[in-house]
Design a protein around this ligand. Sequence first.
Ligand SMILES: [Zn+2]
Length: 367
Amino acid sequence: MVPALVLLALLGAAPPKRVVFDAHTHISPGELARFHGILDEVGIAWTLNLSGYFPGGPLETQLQAARASGRMLVAANLPWRAARARDDFPELAVALLERSQALGAVALKIEKALGLMVQKPDGSRLAVDDPWLDPVWQAAGRLGLPVVIHTADPKAFWAPIDEKNERLEELTAHPRWSNFGQPVPSFEALLAELEQVIARHPGTTFVSVHFGNNAEDPAYVGRLLDRYPNLYVDLAARVPELGRHDPDLLRALFIKHQNRILFGTDLGVSDDNFLMLGSFGTEPNQRDEVGPFFSAHYRWLETRDDQPSMTPIQGRWTIHGLGLPEPVLEAIYAKNALALFGVPTSHPPYWRLSRRPDSTRLGGSPE
Ligand SMILES: [Zn+2]
């Protein structure tokens, strides 16, 4: 019998060579079998689960599931409701962070609620850059936990929901996602608060999700990456938004900042058969959409092809492929995330078909 790899070579097809770490997922602990089926189908080696919750919440359960999986790392969250209830919330948050790290969490995920709706004990809005929270960002730096932070939302969520709104389809399905006319700061004000935090804490690493929370303006994100070496961004749920920009400018930006861009998708696999691929409509995504969704991501990064958006509900525009060089692809697909978060406990079976990560190739990633 001819071994599979020899057969592939004879046929002129390249063996699978993509090694992917999805650094932006939301996985329920009871959904491992469905989750692994997805990873196997689309060739994802490892993931970071951003829905870890906190100690005494189900962080312990999430970590147990991650260990059983061997393909998942977990980010802890914070109980923001306690910020309204307790004057000592920052001390509580630091203690929870220390405990989370001791249990095995590898990052702190901050939800968009901070800045939009989280309140202080006096009932006022807790700003992202409120100095009250400085001990939390300092503790994350001291503990080596990158802060994976979602601030604001797509710009279109601040615009009226009418035919001129670029995300009319998404906002029609989810009218409550709109911030238009709501008593919240502007999109720009929230991003300015986030920048303050990144600037004030150079010893803490920040992963600003959804392409710096401003995929609408890649040049802005490029300037921030220039200015702050402690800033990373992920691609989650923003490839369609990014893909409609000038591919040459974007390609140059990706090459320049190749060591601080993480592959991520906002894959959600949770209870009651829920599935999310970046976003979702009035119904969750269907299982048969998973393959095309991930293939479109790979095609966008690896080729100069034009293709339709893989998340049409976010806007039905054509996206332009970047055709990135191989070393840049390796960095964005996995190397950067492995260096930042570490390596999950075991390698998936498909790994045998692919190339193994030797420590030099992966830059001596911490185990
Ligand atoms: Zn997410």
